[in-house]
Design a binder for this molecule. Sequence first.
Ligand SMILES: Cc1cc2nc3c(=O)[nH]c(=O)nc-3n(C[C@H](O)[C@H](O)[C@H](O)COP(=O)(O)OP(=O)(O)OC[C@H]3O[C@@H](n4cnc5c(N)ncnc54)[C@H](O)[C@@H]3O)c2cc1C
Length: 359
Amino acid sequence: MPEKRVYDFLIVGQGLAGSLLAWQLMRRGQRGRVLDDGHKTASSKVAAGLINPLAGMRFNHSPFVHQWLEALERCYGKLEEAAGRRFLHWQAMVRLFRSPEQVRFFERRAADPHDRDLLGRRFGPDQSGEPVHAPHGGFIQRRTGHLDLPALLAFMATWLNEREALQHADVDFDGIQLHDETVRIGKLAGRHLVFCDGYRSMHNPWFGYLPFAPDKGEFLVLEAAADALSSRLPRRIVNGAHWLLPHADGYYRLGSTHDHRHQDQQPTEAGRRRLTEGMKELLLHPDALQLRDHQAGVRPATSDRQPFLGTHLQERRLHIFNGFGAHGSISIPWYSERMVQWLLHGEPLPENADIRRFA
Ligand SMILES: Cc1cc2nc3c(=O)[nH]c(=O)nc-3n(C[C@H](O)[C@H](O)[C@H](O)COP(=O)(O)OP(=O)(O)OC[C@H]3O[C@@H](n4cnc5c(N)ncnc54)[C@H](O)[C@@H]3O)c2cc1C
């Protein structure tokens, strides 16, 4: 028997995107139901959750970066209040120049008065204050940190479960039925369906035409060797050709690789070798850390590096909120606010993200 209740929104995927979108909608009185297959392919589950407003080699940033930062404080702050614990950890980032040319990109960024809050002091070769190789010097980056994604996802699952809004299901695209007034998945009916299913949307019959460019990433989990002196271990996030993130619980993450050819969650021998080499290039005392784990996931990246937000051109009940690539933690709070305004009030989406750019 089909359920009598018709949800306002069915959402496929309880990664960071589906979780925050569901939360934003339900806070506004919408009835939502999230379907997830137990995070089988969730990149949110393995992501380091780094918050880095100047992520690229050229220290470029999105024109919305300051709005992203305001929205993430608003969003994660409210969730922290509800959960009674912290998810967002602000930590300075020691950014290492990888070449003398990179200094020019830094100087250009430093000349922009709008970006002063993102930049701290510059330091010369091997003056970083951390036990790392820094032959070209670098600078301290501000407004950086990391989001504890596993804890946030677990809290969101509890929050949704308490409202009977989370269901374990592996949604088969062929089983989705479109009717005039509803979308149906098995016994469930909703007025709208939003796909927040990460890179697997590339096989979606309605949105698979979008230029997804999934990007498999591997990283290492490390811990201090038994005899390691604390002066041999970085205390802050360091970021050069690879990054190292110290966690409060004593673990470290070192990442990451990029592979556009494979879409699976299997760590590889080649990935481990590349990361181990990267660790040696980064750290003055690589032996101070020992390997605990090696993991992999697939970033839902896109060919123009912009997310995919919007509504199917013919099927007005089908929507997508996806394509956040390597920047989900910093950008999803703001984009989820924009998506809700679009879904509930028809307010235009930011042009860079609106899937109508591919119409
Ligand atoms: C190695 C690595 C490092 C990263 N580091 C960072 C970082 O430092 N900072 C950062 O901001 N981002 C990072 N990312 C990227 C980050 O993970 C993403 O931007 C973000 O988490 C994407 O969230 P999402 O909800 O869109 O997708 P996902 O987290 O992939 O969630 C999709 C969910 O949908 C489920 N699903 C899919 N299809 C179905 C179906 N048919 N039926 C039911 N359920 C389904 C999946 O199992 C999953 O639970 C990293 C990613 C990787 C892989």
